[in-house]
Design a protein around this ligand. Structure first.
Ligand code: BV8
Length: 225
C-alpha cells in the first residue's frame, strides 16, 4: 500500500520538545511568526540564532518515542513517503529513512549569500563565516514564514499517488502543509488524522483517531503490519 504521512510538532511532544501551540506561539515573549521569518532574522540575527541554538540543543537531547519508531517499522512493510514539518531529527533517530523535511532541519546550516549548505554547528552566531564564500551570512537551514517550503513537487506527487494520507500531531494552522489533506482528498485519497485535539482542518479528513501519538501511532501501524 502507498502511504503518505505528514507529521507535526505533536509527534515530538512526548519526546519533550514543546509544540508551537503549547507555548501559545510565543518564545521569550516574542511571537514565533516574528522570530521565524527572514525579516526577524535581518532585524535581530543574534536573537534568531539564540532561538535556534536553544532548539538545536533541546532537539539533540531528546529521544525518539514509540510513534517515531512505529513509523520506521511501517516503512519496512509499505511504500511510505514520510513528510515532516518538524526540524528535529527524531524520525531519523527512530529509524526512518529518506525523511522529507519540508521546513528544513536544525542540523543544517545555509549561507544566505552563496546558498552553500553544511552540517550546522551546535551553536551558530551572526559572526560565523560561510565555509564556502566566507561571507558573514550563515543562517539555520530552516524554512521561515514567507519562504518556500522544500521538496514541494515530490510532496504533491506523493499526495496524489497515495492510497492513504495520514496527518499526525499537526494543528493545521500553517500552509501549504495544512492544505495537504484537501489536496489528497480531491485526488480520491482516504485521509486520516491522528491528533490529541481537533485540528483547524479536521473537516478535510475522513476519520480522526484521538489520543497521544505514542499510543495511537503504534496501534494504527499494528493494523497495517
Ligand atoms: C509559504 C520551521 C508560499 C520554523 C515552520 C494567511 C492565510 C493563510 C496562509 C498564510 C497567511 N499569511 C501567510 C501565510 C502563509 C504562511 C502561513 O501558513 N501562515 C500561517 C501562520 C497562517 N505559510 C508560509 O509562510 C509557508 N510558506 O506559504 O510559501 C508557498 C505556498 C504554497 C507552495 C509553495 C510556496 C512557510 C511556513 C513554514 C514556517 N516554518 N517551521 C521553525 O520550526 O522554527 S512552521 C511550524 O509551525 C511548523 O513547522 C508547522 O508547520 C507549523 C505548525 O506547527 P504544528 O507542527 O502543527 O504544531 P502546532 O504546535 O501548531 O500543533 C501541535 C499539534 O500537535 C496540535 O494539533 C496538538 O493537538 C498536537 N499534539 C500535541 N501533543 C500531542 C499531539 N498530537 C499527538 N500526540 C501528542 N502527545
Amino acid at each position: 500500500m502507498r502511504i503518505t504521512v505528514l507529521t507535526g510538532a505533536g509527534i515530538s511532544a512526548e519526546s519533550g520538545l514543546p509544540t508551537f501551540r503549547a507555548s501559545d506561539g510565543l518564545w521569550e515573549d516574542h511571537r514565533i511568526e516574528d522570530v521565524a521569518t527572514p525579516e526577524g532574522f535581518a532585524r535581530d540575527p543574534e536573537l534568531v540564532h539564540r532561538f535556534y541554538n536553544m532548539r538545536r540543543a533541546a532537539a539533540s537531547e531528546a529521544q525518539p518515542n514509540a510513534a517515531h519508531r512505529a513509523l520506521a517499522q511501517l516503512q519496512d512493510h509499505h511504500d511510505l513517503t514520510l513528510v515532516t514539518q518538524n526540524v528535529d531529527a527524531l524520525h531519523e533517530r527512530g529509524g526512518s529513512r529518506d525523511v522529507i523535511h519540508m521546513h528544513g532541519a536544525l542540523d543544517g546550516a545555509l549561507c544566505a549569500e552563496c546558498d552553500h549548505r553544511w552540517p550546522a554547528p551546535a551553536i551558530m552566531s551572526p559572526d560565523d563565516r560561510c565555509p564556502n564564500c566566507a561571507a558573514p551570512a550563515t543562517r539555520p537551514d530552516i524554512v521561515w514564514f514567507g519562504e518556500i517550503p522544500y521538496h514541494m513537487d515530490r510532496i504533491w506527487t506523493a499526495l496524489e499517488g497515495a492510497d492513504l494520507f495520514v496527518a499526525i500531531g499537526t494543528s493545521g494552522n500553517v500552509y501549504p502543509a495544512a492544505g495537504f489533506a484537501q489536496h489528497a482528498s480531491r485526488n480520491g485519497v482516504e485521509c486520516v488524522e491522528l491528533n490529541l485535539q481537533t485540528s483547524m482542518n479536521a473537516r478535510d479528513f475522513d476519520r480522526q483517531i484521538m489520543g497521544p501519538a505514542s499510543e495511537t501511532v503504534p496501534e494504527w501501524v499494528a493494523t497495517l503490519l
